[in-house]
Design a protein around this ligand. Sequence first.
Ligand SMILES: [Zn+2]
Length: 175
Amino acid sequence: MALIVRSSAIHAAGCYTTAPIRRGQRVIEYSGQRISKDLADSLYQDYPVTYLFGLGDGSQVIDGFSTAMFINHSCRGNCETIEDEGRVWIVAKRAIPAGEEITYDYCLWDGGDDPCTCHCRSAKCRGSMYSAQELRRRKAAARKAAAKKKKPVKRRGKRKASTPQQLPPRQPGNS
Ligand SMILES: [Zn+2]
């Protein structure tokens, strides 16, 4: 697959295809070392940017180290991710013409206080890179916190992911 990394209108660098891609085609593998989520949390707790991709139930992550880590989020991406026997692939949701930026929905979760603002500018932008489910959970948690201001609200632990989900950057100071 002919992919190049160059500056993007969405965010910093992006990944572009130089050849047309068929619908359903595997564009690239999200490759990198497999490490435990706990190890990733301790390794990257002070890093503003990480390239972690949750696998299976979320206890293992891929520490991204390939062109795929430059693919930006879009709430209406032209690709989606699939997990196949422990490997994660970026797959075209539709035909993609040469020159178009490759994007997929990160469906972030477990991001602490980071709002993970989205700049994808699609008509259905959620304004955040968190999954719709995670945004609902956060809204409910915020309501609960407002109702019970005296009790600190604990973040819920790892959630079982039915589809592979990218993890957001850890914020400095989070543990
Ligand atoms: Zn968006």
